[in-house]
Design a protein around this ligand. Structure first.
Ligand code: ZN
Length: 121
């Protein structure tokens, strides 16, 4: 399931302006401050980006790492990505909310049959 589909679900539940909060930061892009090489999409949790990944492939400078832990319409997160693709672990909690008043936690357990195999009822 993509972030777009999860956001659709949140909007059905809470209305327009719904937001998803992830349990950890996701690197959405890497930008070189030195040579102006095109900003590259990353799409990985922060812990999954290594020192060498941050180096600009064109000039070797350390690129600026742009992270977000929120999924919104028109936000920094690419909505075609899936939680699994960016490295969010199975059984992670995603909080769907609108403003600060309406919110609920979703346990991201769609992968349960694959992860648990025979253990899954
Ligand atoms: Zn560069």
């Amino acid at each position: 399931m993509t972030f777009a589909e999860l956001l659709d679900r949140a909007e059905k539940r809470f209305g327009a302006g719904a937001v998803l909060d992830l349990s950890r930061d996701v690197v959405v892009s890497l930008t070189c401050p030195s040579c102006g090489a095109a900003t590259a999409p990353a799409g990985r949790v922060l812990g999954g980006v290594r020192e060498r990944d941050a180096a600009c492939p064109a000039c070797g400078a350390h690129r600026i790492v742009d992270v977000t832990a929120s999924v919104t319409r028109g936000g920094a997160m690419d909505l075609s990505w899936t939680p699994a693709q960016v490295g969010l672990p199975p059984f992670d909690l995603i909080v769907a909310r609108r403003g600060l008043d309406a919110q609920e936690g979703w346990l991201f357990d769609g992968d349960a049959p694959r992860v648990l195999g025979e253990l899954h009822p």
